[in-house]
Design a protein around this ligand. Structure first.
Ligand SMILES: Nc1ncnc2c1ncn2[C@@H]1O[C@H](COP(=O)(O)OP(=O)(O)OP(=O)(O)O)[C@@H](O)[C@H]1O
Length: 299
């Protein structure tokens, strides 16, 4: 049984259909990124999963429990996009409060403050915290309940690169402990390595739902190959291989994925004339653009 099963969900606001027949599952231990333009329907879907907004049609289950039921809420952790805490409480007091609500020993909350890098500020009022520090309290609050499903809405917006990295380490630990993670974000580059599957919503429809590797195979977007020449014979190399000359000593080629191995074998055949080769497959950003616009251009 998947930890989260979203089955043919439809949401209408009056005549406006914001989710059209969306189906998506997340397994225990899996990290799924939910992507989409502004207004694509991500927050609407998340609110329905949490039971905060009624659906028009379809079913959602969290480990077999209906979305929004007490049993589903008990095993779900949620970090909203703009997390708000009581500014007059210290980080420790706030987390102890959550621990009591979740019937968890406060010692675990203290350990988590350390884990999210807030031990030094634990006894300061939250109103003195930066956005990143508040996000860390938010993540600690999610981890505290040992959720079976963690839903993180734009969790890293406003975080610096180091904090983002540490944030994803904790998300990974959560998944390693068996939680299913559904994470909405616009920060595509960081998601490439830190999620197992990518789901793309476009105008309320799920237009992609696969691993990065599978999405690359389906889109079959061109691959970039950059060759650095060992000697000053880049023009000779360009004559043999084609492509564009860049930065004096390098050549950039673009090829279809199924032509890659043949081209690489031609390049290695040039022997010591080639100093280095970089192969860059389609990035998540390029795939995202491809899948979120493919539907529109097909119309
Ligand atoms: N209560 C509501 N009444 C009417 N329309 C709504 C309501 N809530 C959301 N919508 C519409 O539903 C669509 C999806 O909105 P949603 O907030 O889910 O998008 P999103 O993908 O989360 O966008 P963002 O990345 O900007 O947060 C938008 O067109 C929005 O205007």
């Amino acid at each position: 049984m998947p930890a989260l099963k979203i089955d043919h969900i439809v949401k209408r606001h009056g005549t406006l259909e914001t989710l059209s027949d969306v189906s998506l599952s997340v397994e225990a231990g899996e990290r799924v990124a939910l992507l989409g333009h502004n207004g694509a329907g991500k927050t609407t879907l998340i609110k329905i999963v949490l039971g905060l907004m009624p659906k028009t049609a379809g079913e959602i289950e969290v480990l077999g429990h209906p979305a929004g039921s007490a049993a589903a809420r008990k095993i779900t952790g949620y970090l909203p996009e703009s997390v708000a805490f009581h500014g007059a409480l210290t980080g420790r007091e706030q987390l102890h409060h959550f621990a009591r609500l979740k019937s968890t020993p406060t010692k675990i909350a203290d350990d988590l403050l350390e884990r999210v890098g807030l031990a030094h500020a634990a006894d300061r009022k939250i109103r003195t915290y930066s956005k990143g520090m508040r996000q860390r309290i938010g993540l600690a609050q999610v981890v505290l309940g040992q959720p079976k499903l963690a839903i993180l809405d734009e969790p890293t917006s406003g975080l610096d690169p180091v904090s983002r990295h540490e944030f994803y380490d904790i998300v990974e630990e959560l998944a390693d402990q068996g939680a299913a993670v559904l994470l909405s974000s616009h920060a595509l580059t960081e998601l490439e390595l830190r999620t197992d599957r990518i789901a793309i919503l476009s105008k309320g429809q799920l237009v992609a739902n696969d691993s990065l590797q599978q999405l690359r195979a389906k889109a079959s977007l061109p691959i970039k190959i950059k060759i650095s020449a060992a000697r000053d014979d880049i023009d000779g190399m360009k004559e043999k291989l084609g492509g564009q000359r860049v930065n004096g000593q390098s050549l950039e080629l673009v090829c279809a994925p199924d032509k890659k191995m043949r081209l690489l074998s031609t390049i290695t055949g040039l022997g010591p004339a080639v100093k280095d080769v970089d192969v860059t497959p389609a990035s998540l950003e390029e795939l995202y653009r491809y899948f979120s616009t493919a539907k529109e251009s097909a119309k």
